[in-house]
Design a protein around this ligand. Sequence first.
Ligand SMILES: Cc1cc2nc3c(=O)[nH]c(=O)nc-3n(C[C@H](O)[C@H](O)[C@H](O)COP(=O)(O)O)c2cc1C
Length: 353
Amino acid sequence: MLLRELDTGVVGAPMAGGPTTPELVAAVGDAGGLGFLAGGYLTAPALAAAIAEVWDATSRPFGVNLFVPEQANAYAAPPGAPAPLTGAHRAAAVAAYRERLVADAETVGAQPGEARPGDDDDWERKVDLVVREKVPVVSFTFGLPSSAVLGELRRSGIETVATVTDLDEARAALEAGVDALCLQGHDGGGHRGTLDPVKEPTNLDLVELVVSVRAETDVPLVAAGGIGTRERADQVRAAGADAVQVGTALLLTPEAGTGLAYRRALGDAAYAGTAVTRAYSGRWARGLETDFLRRHDGEAPAAYPEVHHLTVPLRRASAKAERPDLLALWAGTAWRSARAVPAATVVGELSRR
Ligand SMILES: Cc1cc2nc3c(=O)[nH]c(=O)nc-3n(C[C@H](O)[C@H](O)[C@H](O)COP(=O)(O)O)c2cc1C
């Protein structure tokens, strides 16, 4: 099992939307970590091109992360879980939120995007692709694939990893037959990988989460969220994780594709902290607390991917204008320790060696 054999005990998180590049994945791998390409938001041909670049750049193994769309999610929420927004209610809530974004969009000369309900992120073609390419490790976020998909990957010699955020989700993923778990704590940057899209984020400490899952299983555990120092990485590994997965710590590395306005914001003392919000995508995610986040936080419906598509043009125009105002500045609570040093330095500093 690759995840158990990593001497460094460091995994480079997949970061969809630009920060993860093939160069970053190769650099993390060459430094003795395991890099992950972010398959989310990409079409299958774009992901195929990125996979080919990584194969060309390094002989080290790597992983690919895929978003599981609602229609392919085999996770069944426990009885009593909050009901998802559906049908006409959902469409009306998305349309109302779209109206609320118009004034912000105008500040960057854009309009909110179209909602694209039911967009499946090119799921089936990307599953076929990772099987065909025999990508060494495939991790999943936002849901559990069916046992048929997991079986197909296993027969191709691919290690499967499910991202989960609490013990119940961990149990469901193990029952579904994944090979390993990525435990994501509440301090982490970017989207919470809750299997149930409407579940409120928990405040469980990452160490507690690792201890509780380790007590029930021997499978490889990767732990993610708010890890910015060797001390924290060692604590999480000592609690039972085979490796730590870091995202924010890699955002300022030269190999990352993080845009200029995003990089500047991460070093800007004016940002006081991070917050968890649905304002950018309709799913909970942690980022720097922007004015946009504060104004729209309570307004966004639990409707992913529709809300994501509404805000895409605002975020693109903001990035193009090199303005941070409308960007989703995803960052974990340890964002102040992120530095503009090579990815190999980050892996070395967090390594257990
Ligand atoms: C910019 C950004 C994008 C992310 N995109 C993804 C993604 O595509 N898939 C995924 O599984 N996790 C994604 N994550 C979450 C990471 O996998 C990981 O859980 C998180 O970065 C860990 O917390 P940290 O940022 O404090 O290190 C993203 C995180 C960030 C910061």
